[in-house]
Ligand binder design. Structure first.
Ligand code: GLU
Length: 285
């Protein structure tokens, strides 16, 4: 890069291999790919397979096959999150050392019962937020329950974290400057007993490690960005720009979902559609 040149644009597509890709994914991949290629930047591919209960290796193969078929080529090696668990663990330990993480022993049912008991639960952007039951446990009870091996998740104490960082902001190319409001999602889970790291932590660490400068993804993840911005500040990571694109919908205005098997890219290919035709649909045309 010559002196004074604009920094390189680096985007990524980061699917979770929980099913075959559908047209909505193709739109997201195309969107990030085009943003990078138009700026002569780099487009990266990352497989977000940290949830062993939901991810399958055959879907990883399917993702690569579908993207190659569409001609959405990526730069450099594919990053497979399940191969980097130590990196996420270190980030988690850093937050723990700062006293910003607490164990949560609640089951889903406990959380629902607590919300019902409290009457009106605080509602965040993504539904009811965690009512904070385990945040209020004393150190002795925490230690005792952990010593007995009681299953638990680890949650971020968002209020304590915000007190540490002070006000934060981020920028979305479409929606402009945003004041970070991570409390709208409540004390999010950073690790679970069956998944050593959560989406929020892994995505934040990886976007920084991979040098992503422009996070392109669907607007359904807009609210999550408030938490990611907070995690970046806590972990001292660089702050990218975001471009949350509208979700591609079918003729009836419905979002594509993994359950619509007939609409997978594989099914379209097998049904005789050309890659060019599918790419035109994915591009929203
Ligand atoms: N892995 C996430 C998903 O498949 C997307 C992550 C992201 O783009 O930030 O929904």
């Amino acid at each position: 890069m010559s002196e004074g040149a604009a920094p390189e644009i680096v985007t990524r597509f980061a699917p979770s291999p929980t099913g075959r890709l559908h047209l909505g994914h193709a739109h997201s991949a195309w969107f990030g790919w085009r943003a990078a290629r138009a700026a002569r930047g780099r487009f990266l591919l990352r497989i977000e397979d940290i949830d062993p209960g939901r991810c399958r290796p055959e879907f990883v193969d399917g993702i690569l096959e579908d993207l190659r078929w569409l001609g959405l080529d990526w730069d450099g090696p594919v990053r497979i999150q399940s191969q980097h668990l130590d990196v996420y663990r270190q980030a988690l330990e850093r937050l723990q050392a700062e006293g910003l993480v607490y164990p949560c022993f609640c089951t889903r049912r406990d959380i629902q019962a607590e919300i019902a008991r409290a009457g009106a639960a605080p509602h965040g952007a993504e539904g009811p937020v965690y009512p904070g039951t385990c945040r209020r446990l004393g150190p002795a009870e925490r230690a005792e329950r952990m010593a007995t091996g009681e299953g638990h998740a680890l949650r971020l104490d968002v209020a304590a974290a915000v007190a540490r960082t002070g006000p934060l902001a981020w920028h979305d190319r479409r929606q402009g400057r945003q004041e970070a409001r991570p409390e709208r999602l409540g004390d999010v889970v950073l690790a679970r007993k069956d998944a050593p790291v959560s989406y929020h932590l892994a995505v934040t660490v990886d976007d920084a490690l991979q040098g992503v400068t422009l996070v392109t993804r669907g607007v359904d993840l807009f609210e999550a960005t408030h938490i990611h911005r907070l995690l970046q500040a806590l972990l001292g990571l660089p702050v990218p720009e975001w471009d949350h694109h509208p979700l591609l919908t079918d003729a009836a205005g419905r979002r594509y979902a993994k359950r619509d098997r007939a609409l997978t890219l594989a099914a379209m290919r097998e049904g005789g559609m050309t890659a060019a035709a599918v790419l035109a649909l994915a591009a929203g045309g």
